[in-house]
Design a binder for this molecule. Sequence first.
Ligand code: URP
Ligand code: ZN
Ligand code: ZN
Ligand code: ZN
Length: 510
Amino acid sequence: MEYDLVITNGVCVTASDVAAFDIGICGEKITMLAPSGSLASATTKTLIDAEGGYVMPGGIDCHVHLQEPSMFGKGSSSDSFETGTRSAIAGGTTTIVAFAPQQRTEPSLIAALDAAHALARDNCYCDYGFHLLVGNAGETALSEVPLLPARGVTSLKVYMTYEALQLRDSEILSVLAAARQSKVLTMIHAENGDVLTWLTERLEKRGLVAPRYHSNSRPPILEDEATNRAISLAALVFQTPILLVHISDSGATKRIREAQTRGQPVFAETCPQYLFLTREEHLDAPPGFEAAKHVCSPPPRDKAAQQDIWTGLRNGTFSVLSSDHCPFNFDDDVNGKKTCISEEFPVGQFRHIPNGIPGVETRLPLTFSATTTPEGRLPLSKFVEVTSTNAAKLYGLYPKKGAMMPGLSDADLVVWYPNKGSAKRPAALDGLTITNSMLHHDVDYTPFEGKPVDNWPRYTVLRGKVVWDRDGAGIVGSKGYGAFVEREKSVLNDIWQKVDMDGAFDEEKL
Ligand code: URP
Ligand code: ZN
Ligand code: ZN
Ligand code: ZN
């Protein structure tokens, strides 16, 4: 047997197992799992000795915004498909699912999808898929939902906030009914947009417009109420499956947990900003514009909420941990955060700050490093589950992605350095902290500056090729090697089973 790549002597971690075994790779696929050390002398073009390190399925980040226009007036997100996916592989992520944004002025979902393909094609360092972001739920869009699965797109996102894209409840119901019919998963951004507008106007009347007031304009109750409403709307449409994105707070987490306990197919995502950033840090930032570096929605919450989010990851309330990478340059008044500054508002107006922060590269290192701390303790298999395997199952990529099944799984892997305490571990990792200069995105800051990380991906392997070699040349993959992956329907927890049993949504049966 001749291999193209062998990874020997590592401890392999999947969503179900932690065990020492060797991996043999032919072409783009994992073809052999063998007892530890047994492939060390196999015939292979490339050998990686992972002694003392962990080997895991490559990270899957199913919430990434690239080259999207800002919804807040001027500007656009700063990472292109090229730079965003370059950043992904340097952080151990081998597949992203980005958004194809349909603007309100654009009736067609297919046109939005074609436009996103044109931006990504031949430009990506990692594999990628698309969710359709529904900004206009008119008849054209609804009639196109059934066409999406054949194009490899099996998820949509709708907004309950952001004036430019917010849908009314009746529109959300129409999307849910159409999505259910085609077994397309609906992702929901749950914040109450009307309350946001009302609070924003009140803050503005009092002159409270600086970046730090962003979080006053969207307190937890907005998220709690909208999450509850989203769950109710999905229940009305015969319990169609939904995924609540970027959950930040205790109240919304509790609503989700309760719905899950009732047996409703409600899934949820959280993000590193709700595990590693707090509102207190944000408010303590130097006065002035600095707080804009943390402006994302929902905003980071307090320490108690952070603990509840960790608990939700451990107990399965959250199926996935995604980055919600949505970067805008900080020191940029043409496309970035500073587009909200004017002569009248020299410290900016939070209403017009482009929302979102970068994080596609730091997601895995931050979270993996925290698994050995008291607050972040996550079993290793749980880490793989929420950062890779569940994303693959939820978004129809499994077992091609997110698994190590010989013959079936792409050879998408991340190899970590040995952990603290191992003699093989490089001393330079001790005391490592995140700095923006070590990242590969095209953004002039990271909100995680100075945060400690005690490990980082040593190698990232995408479909059998080493694309990131931290001790060697760094990025060794090439632009354009990343391919579009067609997704099947979701298989996480058999989420369409109830829909199959109940048949078509029929208002006469309500
Ligand atoms: O502030 C955020 N999260 N920006 C990205 C867009 C979104 O709502 O996911
Ligand atoms: Zn959102
Ligand atoms: Zn902040
Ligand atoms: Zn987002």
